[in-house]
Design a protein around this ligand. Structure first.
Ligand SMILES: N[C@@H](CCC(=O)NCCCC(=O)O)C(=O)O
Length: 266
């Protein structure tokens, strides 16, 4: 059976004056090498993407991180320049894909910006510049140029025993993770269950309540160390297993349909 395919909504980037639809290699490589699934990057458009047609052709949805922020208007707040940079095309692509993948029971792994999009897609809000709050830790991207240092594992989160995310990580209690975000879940969407928090109360992982399939979001970046960090690897392996299982069931009707034909040919 060929490797299954997961959709990855692109970011819009402007490179030398040209608009690119781009996705960072770290997510795609972790998916291919650890989850053993192939990624199809979905171009980000505010109009024109046909969500079900995209999801008909994939077996999972991987929503990556990004330095841009979900537009505040999508969770009922006024937008200020301080809330940027924005990527409305990414918003317009990710949120419908998330909602429809959950409806259809397509496995979903949402990372960093992705957990924030998951929360907004289901009716929650975001807190911005969280480090400015009293007693809050600084979760922002470290001001270094070397990516391994930028994504260094450097903070504990506390994973609820018996939770979905604990099952997928293969561990509960204190887990060391990296941190590169200015925003976080503010009001948790009704359909989400908080399953990991940081020492300062920042929500670090959620699962979808009554999900039809694998459906979790994490605020940290497991993709970056998925090759070497045990919980990161376990999460991507669990996602890959869910995607393969979904693909196998999706292939069954075709197999069923081919039997009469095979009989006729025989
Ligand atoms: N912009 C949001 C989401 C943060 C996020 O996805 N960070 C990944 C950044 C990766 C990079 O800059 O290379 C926030 O700040 O909360």
């Amino acid at each position: 059976m060929p490797k299954p395919i997961v959709a990855v909504p692109a970011d819009i980037r402007v490179i030398e004056g040209a608009v690119w639809h781009a996705s960072p290699n770290q997510y795609l490589e972790a998916a291919l090498k650890v989850a053993e699934v192939m990624c199809f990057v979905v171009p980000a458009f505010e109009e024109g993407n046909e969500i079900d047609a995209i999801l008909d052709r994939v077996d999972g949805l991987l929503v990556s991180g990004s330095a841009t922020n979900v537009h505040p208007s999508l969770y009922g707040k006024p937008a200020t320049e301080a809330d940027g940079p924005f990527d409305p095309a990414r918003d317009a692509t990710s949120l419908p894909l998330i909602r429809r993948a959950l409806d259809r029971g397509i496995p979903l792994l949402a990372i960093c910006r992705g957990i924030q999009e998951l929360n907004v897609a289901l009716g929650g809000t975001l807190a911005t510049e969280i480090h400015e709050g009293e007693g809050m830790w600084d979760h922002r991207k470290p001001n270094v140029s070397e990516r391994d240092h930028m994504f260094a594992i450097r903070q504990p989160v506390f994973v609820e025993e018996g939770s979905c995310i604990a099952r997928y990580l293969g561990v509960s209690g204190e887990v060391q993770v990296n941190s590169l975000h200015r925003q976080a879940i503010g009001k948790t969407a009704p359909g989400l269950k908080v399953e990991a928090v940081a020492e300062d109360g920042t929500i670090e992982a959620v699962s979808v309540i009554d999900a039809k399939n694998f459906a979790v979001g994490v605020q940290w970046h497991p993709e970056y160390w998925a090759g070497t960090d045990k919980p990161s690897r376990a999460l991507f392996e669990a996602f890959g297993d869910a995607v393969r299982a979904y693909a196998a069931v999706k292939a069954e009707p075709a197999a069923e349909q081919s039997k009469p034909l095979a009989a006729a040919v025989r």
